[in-house]
Design a protein around this ligand. Structure first.
Ligand code: ADP
Ligand code: ZN
Ligand code: ZN
Length: 747
């Protein structure tokens, strides 16, 4: 830290401001310097145009391109010391790699309250303790309030108190806490945030670790070999093979050495169940970072990790930007999952940043999946990543094979054909549970007129509107436009309007009619809008007893459903003939994930996959030989076609309310870029402009330009040239555009 008492203060602070402009701005320091002196990484409040903004000092300098007298002073400093070094490094790396404005990158990577200028010092944390009468009372006396009784029981297991965040993470509410306080059973305490988080006794574990099987032990030993160097590993293990147990024991080793562990999980994977598994194992704080937190809780969590107080942090995508005081390992679970990629604004991929970050820190990296991305498999096959396999399930039964069921020429009810309905009946009769997977929410994909062939198109998009019944409406899933369901065909006036195809609501309705004695639970975005609705259903289902689950991919991932022995995939075909080159990879991953829900405990499972293309070679390969064989085949196809991971891609997306304007702009960008590439003799292909797969969306025309190269650095040069051109071109300033490095979808 520079000694500010002696060295003179800098004359110029060059700061990053959260704007789309790709440049920094110079200010003069304010009169009072921060106690540690001016340094890069300190937040300041600056006048910017007519507003005040929170900016971050990037450089302390003595000169500016402007006359010093013209510079405005910053209004105030907000941090006595710079924001954490590793966070700062990651933001700079991210801005450079994704070619995103640095000011906006820094802004996005901070908790909301810090973006708004909240101070980091002197914060208080709230926690809840059981009072002596709360210890003495018989929890059964609270039988009119079963959740309060459960909450009291949980708090009793934590004699030193539980922070609010931990309580809410278990789906309890503030009202329940307050009721217990009102009854004198629980009390609220405030502890300064600097309180130590580690247990005094030094024993990390609250429950013993499971003895590992041979494969798990070998994988753990391999990762363990070097805990103090960058050491990327692909933990490739079938669903239920015990990857999580390996993470738990790896984290134990890392925390035992006084280091921190960061575990990234997909959005859908951070369930109270997952968290509970970690919190049960460790006696040290396990911090969770997810979208359900309030801004205050998020800042608390961020601080707990940044200060080193919390040794374990589990979070979804944006948790990759959490500063670590003592980084020890980064783990990405379900590394193939699409939710690690942000699809708007700063279009980063948290898995790829995890690789960069682990490399920067010189620590091990574990990418875990049953169905690794082709990128990671490719790295493993080249020896960049160590390939660790878990081939056996911890429970008795091997993952079920996919049985393809030919849909052609068969009558369907709610999307299901008679032999499949029969299989469902047998499973329920045997007292087991059935999961029906259907990747469309709503009642039916659209509404059709049987007299004239009219279909319910969206007025704003090149898409059909989905028919919903609960509540009844036509809704566009692309622009969210809604309208009432017509009584007669808007084109010919006929009343013969019928739903076309099946969505979750229709399948639910059909199954409820076929099996009136069995509960049917529907799980999709519409049915789970309430925060705990999903968990409530799952808890019910885990208790056992015959039932039917109908749901979208929300159901496919991560959830342990021990009593499900039959999985039905209503239609496997959507990914087979899609234009996107990753569609097959993604739908194979999804199918395997769904199939993995079957037969996870004492009974073997069956997976029935309905398809119109049971002779499709890719689907057959997946069904007969499994994901790894398909992945190998897809990699060969990608190599032949010059697609990722064998070449690198970037996508410029452009949109405008006027088709000609978008086209002229895209064509201008393409020709300027091609000329420049030729001059420089760069090995970058520029393809397009072409219409986006859905050209008209929300009444705007979407076009794209694709850049491809086998040289990462040349691709980046070209992208940088392209953004410079776009920013300098008057027409482009009026259009909306974005650059996506390593796009995950071409939509
Ligand atoms: P994955 O993360 O690979 O899907 P999990 O770690 O969730 O698998 O393990 C699946 C189940 O097997 C869990 O119920 C877990 O408790 C159990 N399990 C994992 N490892 C072992 C082991 N070594 N011995 C006994 N049970 C295990
Ligand atoms: Zn009609
Ligand atoms: Zn629409």
């Amino acid at each position: 830290m520079p000694d500010s008492s002696r060295s003179p203060p800098p004359r110029v602070l060059r700061v990053a401001v959260p704007t789309p402009l790709r440049r920094l701005f110079d200010y003069r320091p304010c009169r009072e310097a921060p106690p540690g002196g001016w340094q890069p990484g300190i937040r300041v409040r600056v006048p910017f145009g007519r507003r005040q903004m929170v900016a971050i000092v990037m450089e302390c300098r003595d000169d500016s391109d402007l006359a010093l007298a013209d510079l405005k002073p910053v209004d105030a400093w907000l941090d006595a010391a710079p924001l954490p070094e590793d966070w700062f490094w990651l933001c700079r790396f991210t801005a450079r790699y994704y070619q995103h404005p640095l000011g906006d990158t820094l802004h996005q990577a901070l908790p909301v309250l810090l973006r708004q200028g909240r101070s980091l010092a002197g914060r208080i944390r709230e926690q809840w303790l059981v009072t002596p009468s709360g210890q003495a009372v018989d929890a059964a006396r609270l039988k009119r309030a079963p959740r309060q009784a459960e909450l009291l029981t949980m708090l009793r297991q934590h004699p030193h108190g539980l922070p609010t965040q931990a309580v809410l993470a278990q789906s309890f509410t503030r009202e329940q806490l307050q009721s217990l306080v009102g009854k004198g059973l629980v009390e609220r305490q405030e502890a300064p945030l600097t309180a130590a988080g580690l247990p005094a006794s030094g024993n990390l574990l609250a429950e013993p670790a499971l003895p590992l099987n041979r494969e798990q032990a070998a994988a753990l030993a391999a990762i363990h070999e070097r805990l103090d160097a960058f050491h990327p590993c692909l933990l490739h293990g079938v669903t239920g093979s015990g990857k999580t147990e390996v993470y738990l024991q790896l984290i134990e080793a890392v925390v035992d050495r006084g280091r921190q562990a960061l575990l990234l999980v997909p959005e859908i994977g951070l369930t109270p169940q997952t968290l509970a598994r970690f919190r049960q194992r460790f006696r040290v704080p396990v911090v969770a970072l997810h979208s359900g937190l309030t801004d205050n809780e998020r800042l608390d969590a961020w601080e707990a990790v940044a200060s080193g107080r919390a040794p374990i942090v589990i979070g979804t995508r944006s948790a990759i930007f959490t500063p670590l005081a003592r980084p020890g390992v980064i783990i990405v679970d379900e590394e193939h999952d699409g939710s690690f990629k942000q699809h708007e604004g700063l279009r980063y991929h948290a898995r790829d940043l995890a690789v960069a970050r682990a490399h920067h820190h010189g620590i091990p990296l574990v990418l875990g999946s049953a169905t690794p991305s082709l990128e990671s498999l490719h790295h493993a096959s080249r020896g960049d990543y160590r390939h660790l396999r878990l081939t056996r399930r911890a429970s008795r039964h091997a993952p079920a094979r996919l049985e393809l069921v030919d849909l052609r020429g068969r009558p369907r009810q709610g999307g299901l054909i008679p032999p499949v309905i029969e299989a469902i009946r047998e499973t329920l009769d045997a007292g087991h549970q059935v999961l029906v997977f259907i990747n469309r929410r709503g009642f039916a994909p659209t509404l059709a007129c049987h007299a004239c062939g009219w279909l319910a198109d969206c007025d704003h998009c090149d898409a059909r509107m989905t028919l919903h019944r609960q509540p009844p409406m036509l809704a566009c899933h692309h622009c969210d436009k809604r309208r009432p369901v017509p009584d007669a065909c808007p084109a010919c006036g006929s009343a013969d309007l019928r739903p076309l195809g099946s969505g979750t609501e229709r399948t639910e309705e059909t199954l409820a009619a076929l099996f009136p004695q069995v509960p049917v639970h529907r799980i999709d975005r519409d049915s789970t809008r309430r925060r705990d609705a999903f968990e409530t259903v799952l808890n019910d289902v885990r208790r056992g007893g015959p039932c039917l689950l109908v749901g979208t991919q929300m159901l496919a991932k991560g959830h342990h459903l021990p009593h499900v022995t039959l999985v039905v995939v209503v239609n496997a075909d959507s990914g087979l003939y899609a234009s996107d080159f990753r569609a097959l990879e993604h739908s194979a991953q999804l199918l395997v994930q769904v199939a993995g829900r079957a037969g996870r405990s004492s009974h073997p499972g069956r997976v029935l996959v309905q398809t119109l293309h049971d002779d499709d070679p890719h689907l057959r390969l997946l069904a007969q030989q499994g994901y790894d064989a398909l992945a190998e085949h897809l990699l060969a196809e990608r190599r032949a076609a010059g697609l990722p991971p064998f070449r690198f891609l970037a996508l410029l997306r452009l949109e405008s309310p006027r088709e000609e304007a978008a086209l002229a702009l895209a064509a201008g960008a393409a020709s300027a870029l091609r000329e420049w590439l030729k001059e420089r003799e760069l090995r970058v292909d520029c393809l397009g402009p072409v219409p986006a797969p859905m050209e008209r969306r929300q009444n705007r025309y979407h076009l794209q330009l694709m850049l491809a190269s086998d040289r990462r650095s040349q691709l980046h040069e070209a992208c940088s040239r392209l953004t410079t051109w776009m920013e300098a071109t008057p027409g482009a300033r009026r259009a909306r555009w974005s650059l996506d490095i390593d796009p995950q979808t071409l939509g």
